[in-house]
Design a binder for this molecule. Structure first.
Ligand SMILES: [Zn+2]
Ligand SMILES: [Zn+2]
Length: 247
């Protein structure tokens, strides 16, 4: 019997079609409304992507010359490296909301291009064996119609982006009100490497991609699953990093 896409997917397909038509047209800058911009103007990109020195393993801002923040020195994360394009704050909160809730391919391309400009991101992708978006459950994808992390991964590394190797077994309860320790407990066991794809992980260099890193609990848990599956090296790439965890 013919399986028709669910309504969420139909809406997303329609939005993607409209976006594709609109893609060739000039538009206003999402931030300052200057015209024309696709979809951010050069002034806003320059103004809101200041060069920021970041901790090598959690991407929190640290003073120039400092390799790792105190938290990473005290409790090293399962990530070998972590890079971010911007701090999570206005106007990126607005752009990311737009990106997450309206599948806008132009915006995915722009955010991925800004992330690719951050130090060490291009070399991390070049050295990677696989580039894995933080996965959503099939139910969540059906509700939203797409996974924003997958759109970013596909833009960053079209030939290495892989959606089937890291799986999400369940959605954790909402994380917003939880402390860092509670988030880690809440997320435990939510990710696993696909049992039939161990060759893609064993001894390999993996890059994890997500749109926003808040406390890092999600990336830690995903990295833990990859480490258990035998990954040799794990780098996380996130578009925006919350400067003060839990804020
Ligand atoms: Zn602008
Ligand atoms: Zn750190």
């Amino acid at each position: 019997m013919q399986q028709w896409p669910r309504p969420g997917i139909l809406t997303s397909m329609f939005t993607a079609l409209i976006d594709r038509i609109a893609e060739g047209l000039p538009s206003q800058c999402l931030i300052c409304r200057a015209w024309p911009a696709r979809p951010l103007c050069a002034d806003c990109v320059g103004r809101f992507t200041p060069r920021t020195h970041r901790c090598a393993t959690c991407a929190l801002p640290v003073p120039e010359g400092v390799a790792r923040c105190g938290a990473c020195l005290h409790d090293p994360p399962p990530l070998d490296a972590c890079h971010a394009a911007v701090d999570y704050g206005w106007p990126w909160t607005v752009c990311i909301a737009r990106f997450k809730f309206h599948s806008n391919p132009q915006l995915a391309r722009t955010l991925a291009a800004l992330l690719a400009r951050a130090p060490a991101v291009t070399s991390a992708i070049a050295q990677a064996d696989c580039v894995l978006p933080i996965p959503m459950t099939p139910q969540r994808i059906a509700e939203r119609g797409y996974n924003p992390a997958w759109l970013l991964a596909r833009q960053l590394a079209p030939r290495k982006a892989d959606v089937g190797t890291l799986l999400r077994t369940r959605e954790a309860a909402p994380q917003r009100e939880l402390s860092r320790a509670a988030r880690l407990r809440n997320l435990r066991g939510t990710f696993m490497a696909h049992p039939a794809r161990s060759a893609q992980i064993q001894g390999q260099r993996a890059v994890l991609v997500d749109d926003v890193m808040t406390t890092g609990a999600t990336l830690r848990e995903a990295a833990h699953a990859l480490r258990q599956a035998g990954a040799a090296h794990i780098t996380a790439l996130v578009f925006a990093r919350t400067p003060v965890p839990g804020a």
